[in-house]
Design a protein around this ligand. Structure first.
Ligand code: SF4
Length: 79
């Protein structure tokens, strides 16, 4: 089984954590996650690392601004 992620690489978002959990749940095989049939699992809608309920469209500029903001916040947390 392939290791899920290196311990030195922290998972930085809830959706990435869910995705990592789902890959783990499928024995480390990412390609099997899309075919998970346990639709009753609370993580099922998010298993592909995206929020299907998100309706707000974010422009690339806004996305970049948010990325920069998050990086700065993370830097502050580690100092
Ligand atoms: S949705 Fe639930 S059952 Fe399916 S892979 Fe993810 S954690 Fe496992």
């Amino acid at each position: 089984m392939k290791p899920l992620h290196k311990p030195a690489e922290p998972i930085t978002s809830p959706l990435k954590a869910i995705r990592a959990n789902c890959i783990d749940c499928m024995g480390g095989y990412a390609r099997l996650v899309s075919s998970c049939e346990l639709v009753g699992c609370p993580l099922w809608p998010y298993r592909m690392g995206k929020n299907p309920f998100r309706t707000r469209k974010v422009s690339e500029e806004e996305r970049e601004r948010l990325r920069t903001q998050m990086k700065e916040l993370r830097k502050r947390e580690t100092v």
